[in-house]
Ligand binder design. Structure first.
Ligand SMILES: Cc1cc2nc3c(=O)[nH]c(=O)nc-3n(C[C@H](O)[C@H](O)[C@H](O)COP(=O)(O)O)c2cc1C
Length: 197
């Protein structure tokens, strides 16, 4: 999959120019079937591995939920919320959260001790992977939204997903086909956030 020719062959005809992609990327909260196809998913995961990665630690794991996996993720949310005595309304809402898209990828920062790469940098690398995955989805005509919320930081969710103590969920990336065609949001002027030294 690392061969650029192979990548090019399988990208849909409507792929975006790289700069156009960067200047138009936006989230798609309303998603429907179909989920990314196997080859689209492969591109999404391969793009994740292009994230900047200090010392080449590959500090990430991608837990893919599709079909029954979405219900399993919802059940994990339910168990975690029940364990902390959450309201029934919230429990029902959480059970259905993963059903808002045909695929949800939980992106985990897999943190290891390293003399030159602090935990923050490993979290940043995993976060960059999420961004790359969303961009790769968008580039292939798919939609996605990066979500977190309190369940991303919940110790029971971590345990039920099989994470280790030092791991952190950096995002639940909801992916699928845009349910609505949304206009491109107005671009902010980047220079207004910049200054010269
Ligand atoms: C780390 C992180 C966590 C986020 N968590 C949520 C979330 O839980 N729910 C949500 O609606 N948006 C969340 N967002 C924001 C959306 O992903 C999205 O960026 C925002 O709605 C703005 O839309 P845009 O991407 O089209 O500019 C999060 C973004 C980041 C970077």
């Amino acid at each position: 999959m690392g061969n650029p020719f192979f990548v090019k062959m399988f990208i849909r005809d409507n792929h975006l120019d790289a700069l156009e992609l960067l200047l138009t990327r936006q989230s798609t909260p309303r998603l429907t079937q179909p989920a990314p196809s196997p080859i689209e998913l492969q591109h999404i995961l391969d793009a994740a591995t292009r994230a900047p990665d200090h010392a080449g630690l590959t500090p990430w794991e991608f837990i893919i939920a599709e079909d029954d996996g979405l219900a399993r993720l919802g059940d994990i949310f339910v168990s975690a919320l029940k364990a902390k005595g959450a309201d029934e309304d919230l429990i029902v809402k959480a059970k259905n959260m993963p059903l808002r898209a045909p695929m949800v990828i939980t992106v985990v920062a897999k943190v290891t001790e390293h003399p030159k790469v602090p935990e923050l940098e490993q979290h940043l690398a995993a976060g960059c992977a999420v961004m790359a995955m969303q961009q790769a989805a968008f580039a292939q005509g798919l939609g996605g939204i990066w979500r977190t919320g309190e369940l991303a930081f919940d110790a029971n969710v971590h345990q039920l997903l099989g994470l280790e103590q030092q791991d952190q969920i950096v995002g639940f990336l909801y992916l699928g086909t845009p349910a609505l065609s949304a206009p491109t949001k107005t671009l902010k002027d980047g220079m207004t956030f910049a200054r010269y030294l």
